[in-house]
Design a protein around this ligand. Structure first.
Ligand code: FAD
Length: 500
């Protein structure tokens, strides 16, 4: 059988392994950690369980389709529920909003409690849908790096409608024009952070993101986000994929005949040969560490990185009914928060605090009368800040904010604590500067400035994951594996092996 090697068992690496196995390849994944999942991992204490990274799950169809591709029934491996409530929002002036998945209900609540109207909400989400319709096939589901994508009818249609994607003003400008009440503009500005960007710089095209939640739905896997990883690992293993943990790959080997051609990888000083190699590493580290003597595409690698995060995993004594699964405690001055992250490269003194409590739905995630709080703020990517000092200040500012908004003292209820910061994100997942989503989308050309999913110089070398096209986040990382699958250039010699 022809052999494929995947470097890294992040979500896109696992998806690539499944796709290659279903194509008939003999597949091995080499992973430097002792566990799969990369950013999509979990943290366990004796009594609490936390999803370490992602907590928002959209577009489950991209997970389901991997089971279907392998001829399996998804629900035999992986179950999830559609959420009735998307998020609870809290403002410093006392305003509280509950974003129901029932759009009419949410729009009515906005009209009843703010200066914005239900009509504004529906006009905004209509625009969000239009942007999705124009962009998804071209920018998300296909490679942008092959001529064939551009001679497609859908692409031509999209080019004709390019004016509708709102690429020439910032997201915050657009949202202030949609909503009379700045607090509602702020609520929708937050969607820029779903791919680590700044709403005061990023194009209004990012207003496509709410369409994923309000139209396709927000979901929660019944056994937690980490079960996305474990169920796909199970599927891969059932298809014969071999996982090698604690095996950091040191080099990608290629032979220099008439055309550069993949030869395999070096791991533990041994050459392991392969017909196809797919790197799931952050593209920056793929070039820096694994293709050391190969000329790197400097312009693509020097793009601004997405933001990072500071997360406190808190085991909390007591039940807090005012909080739901997803909660946001907004900064009073949102612009100042983003200036602080993006211009001053530091943590803002009054950060927007995201609290995710999976035990609201998954009872085993916390003991009785306790909750598991995943408390996250957006912070700049790592450029050598004095994180220990910044983290201590941020912890106190977060607790003060919780006390102001929730009207409760929280510090004394914390019975378990672990912390993840840009340095540890970089160390644990080899994400350059600890960026959560690869490059930022702070400019109109960001989609074109991500690395392609294949090497145009080394035959049969491919790239998947959040740092390459089409971008970061679980759905897009899964799509990167799909794009490789659809553009796999299987040489005749390998096709002949399949035929035999
Ligand atoms: P990664 O997760 O980056 O994994 C890469 C893997 O490669 C790692 O396992 C690493 O150990 C391995 N590796 C590195 N070097 C080597 C080597 N030399 N040899 C072998 N293996 C190696 N996305 C969402 O959709 N929703 C969210 O709510 C969300 N929230 C997030 C919150 C946090 C705190 C974080 C960190 C991320 C969040 N994301 C979210 C982003 C999402 O997690 C990522 O976009 C996605 O998981 C990236 O997957 P990936 O395939 O690029 O691989």
């Amino acid at each position: 059988k022809p052999k494929a090697i995947i470097i890294g068992a992040g979500i896109a690496g696992i998806a690539s392994a499944i796709r290659m196995a279903t194509k008939g390849f003999d597949v091995d994944i080499f992973e430097s950690n002792a566990f799969p999942g990369g950013k999509l991992a979990q943290i366990k204490s004796e009594v609490f369980r936390f999803d370490a990274g992602p907590s928002l799950f959209t577009m489950p169809k991209y997970v389901d389709e991997l089971f279907e591709l392998a001829g399996k029934n998804p629900i035999d491996y992986f179950k999830y529920e559609r959420l009735e409530e998307i998020c609870r929002y809290f403002y410093e002036d006392g305003l509280k909003l509950t974003a129901s998945a029932d759009l009419n209900k949410f729009a009515d609540e906005i009209e009843a409690k703010t200066n914005s109207t239900a009509k504004e909400v529906s006009a905004y989400l209509k625009k969000s849908e239009t942007i999705y319709e124009v962009t998804h096939k071209v920018f998300l589901e296909r490679t942008l790096h092959k001529i064939k994508s551009y001679i497609h009818w859908d692409t031509l249609k999209s080019v004709l409608k390019f004016g509708q994607i709102d690429a020439f003003r910032t997201q915050s400008k657009a949202n202030s024009s949609f909503f009379k009440d700045e607090r509602i503009a702020q609520l929708f500005n937050r969607y820029a952070t779903y791919n680590g960007s700044n709403p005061y710089q990023a194009p209004a095209t990012l207003n496509v993101i709410p369409h994923f939640e309000y139209h396709f739905g927000a979901f929660l896997p019944t056994e937690g986000m980490y079960s996305i990883t474990t169920s796909l690992v199970k599927l891969a293993e059932d298809l014969g994929v071999k996982f090698h943990y604690n095996k950091p790959v040191d080099e990608i080997k290629y032979s220099a005949e008439s055309k550069l051609k993949i030869e395999g990888i070096i791991c533990d000083e041994e050459l392991i040969k392969a017909d196809v190699v797919i790197s799931n590493l952050d593209i920056w580290f793929t070039y820096k560490n694994l293709l050391k003597n190969f000329p790197a595409p400097k312009r693509l690698l020097q793009q601004e990185r997405s933001s990072s995060a500071l997360i406190f995993y808190w085991g909390i004594k007591g039940i807090h009914p005012e909080l739901g699964l997803h909660n946001i405690l907004f900064a009073e001055d949102y612009k100042a928060e983003f200036d602080s992250i993006w211009k001053e490269k530091t943590i803002y003194k009054d950060p927007t605090v995201y609290i995710n409590i999976s035990s609201k739905h998954i009872k085993n995630d916390a003991p009785e009368n306790c909750e598991n709080w995943f408390v996250m703020i957006n912070v700049p990517s790592n450029s050598g800040q004095n994180w220990d000092i910044l983290i201590a200040e941020a912890r106190q500012n977060i607790l003060n904010k919780m006390e102001r908004i929730l009207k409760k003292e929280i510090a004394s209820s914390i019975i378990f604590e672990q912390i993840l910061d840009p340095r540890s994100i970089e160390a644990k997942t080899s994400s350059y500067q600890g960026a959560l989503y690869g490059n930022s989308s702070n400019n109109q050309f960001a989609a074109f400035l991500r690395h392609p999913n294949f090497s145009s110089k080394i035959e049969n070398l491919y790239f998947c994951g959040g740092s390459v096209h089409p971008g970061g986040g679980i759905p897009l990382a899964l799509l990167s594996a799909k794009i490789i699958d659809e553009n796999l250039n299987i040489p005749k010699s390998i096709k002949d092996t399949f035929a035999n």
